[in-house]
Write a protein that binds this ligand. Structure first.
Ligand code: PMT
Length: 222
């Protein structure tokens, strides 16, 4: 291994949205483009880590240095891929926007419009990837993201505690930041501390984030 703050470390990064199929032609998705997670994967590779990138349906090239890319579509597939890849990982960084719910039943044929009638979809809860990992007796250092439209600090700190994470990167979404854009701004929280990473390109932010993760990780393992 070469130098770098994460030299010799195995890092799993999730990125992009998940698509929850309704029928063969329709799905429930979200606005994640994968840019933030792909930038994080590239930054971790640049820091010397062995990076496995688990990607939802996005149209982005695999970043330089990423050793393995696993493409998935649904939250259930992402859950399975991340749990498998994390078995011997040191760090898991959850930048993916995972669907919290999926249609309870996937219709085998295209649903037909019933003119004038309402259509009700029943949704089932998806398993939480971070919560599954943090419940395991041994698990990687866990970094979550929180995408919030309001009360960002409160919700992010609540997720940090509830999902028992080592760090959370909070971003406000919906004002030309967060989803889809080339730039973002993050606030990092961990037990007893926080750090603002002001508006910058996702590439720059990812490098800064990875540097902070490496720092907290060394401290946790010291
Ligand atoms: O992809 P981009 O267009 O660049 O946009 C980047 C981003 C806004 C998607 C990214 O910066 C971001 O905030 N990602 C997390 C979005 C999200 O779904 O946050 P959440 O608050 O719903 O989930 C909290 C955390 O739990 C996340 O780390 C998520 O990966 C994780 N989670 C959520 C649901 C689930 N079933 N399992 C999980 O592990």
């Amino acid at each position: 291994f070469g130098g770098g703050a994460l030299a010799g470390r195995r890092v799993v990064v999730s990125a992009g949205p998940t698509y929850e199929d309704i029928d063969p032609v329709r799905f429930i998705g979200n606005r994640s483009s994968g840019k933030m997670g792909f930038a994080v994967a590239e930054a971790a590779a640049l820091a010397g880590a062995h990076v496995i990138l688990v990607a939802g349906p996005v149209s982005l090239p695999t970043p330089a240095g990423v050793v393995e890319r696993v493409d998935v579509r649904s939250a259930a597939q992402m859950h399975a891929a991340v749990i498998e890849a994390s078995a011997d990982a040191d760090i898991y960084i959850a930048a993916a926007a995972v669907g919290d719910y999926r249609p309870q039943q996937v219709a085998p044929c295209k649903l037909k419009k019933q003119a004038g009638a309402e259509l009700t979809l029943t949704l089932a809860e998806n398993p939480d990837i971070l919560a599954t990992l943090s419940a395991q007796p041994t698990h990687p250092f866990l970094v979550g993201f929180a995408a919030e439209t309001h009360d960002v600090a409160t919700y992010a700190q609540d997720k940090l505690r509830r999902k028992k994470l080592d760090m959370i990167a909070a971003n406000r979404v919906g004002e030309g930041l967060g989803f889809e854009t080339a730039e973002n701004a993050l606030t990092l929280y961990w037990e007893g501390g926080s750090k603002e990473l002001p508006r910058a390109s996702k590439t720059e932010l990812a490098r800064e984030l990875v540097a902070r993760i490496a720092e907290r990780f060394q401290r946790a393992r010291a």
